[in-house]
Design a protein around this ligand. Structure first.
Ligand SMILES: O=C(O)CCC(=O)C(=O)O
Length: 268
């Protein structure tokens, strides 16, 4: 969706556009808020993130784990600027959509990065979360989303994510059975998230998707910030927030991260 210049300046969507964004999220499984972040913020975040991921790959990944991940790297986002900047974690437009869809009582649950390195291959087709009531034969309303922030233009050439619209409504395939998902997905329409850097993609985490091959020579990274309704369990991988970062947070960021452990800087 393209926002008007008035909506961007005000940091708030019109009631009509908000209703369209929420409807699109519910119908399709994701909504793209086109180019709502300033490019200078995105470029700075990309430079930091590329450097942090290169260090993470050098220190934490073995050739075996990297091969297993088919060149797709996920790193827990470091809990400091620019990752924790309000423009990302409490972006007014993205929050407006999420709060309209999931209520005001949402948490920021988990913050990650997803990188398709040059030479990456197909990721397994997957959902990001389990279904909390697998015995139900109908889907729940949306309860957990990831906000993806591409730090570079996403294209077919650099491995934009493949997504299967509508699959967040499917309840009769075990989410962890990637092979079954793949068999069924042959008969489903797929599309790619070819979006510009500075856009935010709000995606229902139940929707089937996968990272794609990146045959280009550019590193393709997105930030992935996960928000959910309060009834969902704490993610054991939840980011620990240094006290020095916590002390810089606005009241809104503190509310969003209220379930996260805070760690004293001396213990880092
Ligand atoms: O990097 C991508 O395009 C998708 C990664 C992803 O969705 C995941 O690892 O869950």
């Amino acid at each position: 969706m393209h926002l008007t210049s008035e909506e961007r300046a005000a940091g708030t969507m019109s009631p009509e556009n908000l209703a369209l964004a929420v409807r699109t999220l519910n119908d399709v499984g994701y909504v793209v808020l086109e180019e709502i972040l300033p490019l200078d913020w995105v470029e700075n975040a990309r430079a930091r993130c590329d450097a942090d991921i290169a260090e993470f790959v050098a220190n934490e990944l073995t050739p075996e784990t990297n091969a297993e991940r088919a060149g797709h790297v996920s790193m827990l986002a470091p809990m400091h600027a620019p990752y924790t900047d309000a423009i990302a974690v409490e972006n007014p437009i993205a929050l407006q959509v999420m709060e309209a869809a999931m209520g005001k009582n949402i948490y920021c649950m988990f913050y990650n990065t997803n990188t398709a390195y040059p030479g990456s291959m197909y990721q397994r087709l997957h959902r990001d979360i389990y279904l909390p009531f697998p015995e139900l034969d109908h889907p729940l309303p949306v309860y957990m989303v990831v906000v993806n922030i591409p730090l570079i233009d996403f294209t077919l050439e650099n491995g934009s994510t493949e997504v299967y619209p509508g699959t967040h409504h499917i309840t009769d395939v075990a989410p962890e059975d990637s092979q079954k998902l793949l068999e069924r997905a042959q008969y489903l329409p797929a599309t790619r998230t070819n979006v510009k850097a500075g856009s935010m993609v709000v995606r229902d985490m139940r929707m089937w998707h996968r990272g794609m091959p990146n045959p280009s020579d550019t590193v393709r990274t997105m930030l992935a910030i996960v928000y959910g309704r309060g009834f969902w369990m704490t993610d054991p991988r939840m980011n620990k927030i240094p006290r020095s970062t916590w002390d810089t947070f606005s009241e809104k960021s503190k509310y969003l991260f209220r379930n996260s452990p805070i760690i004293e800087d001396s213990k880092l």
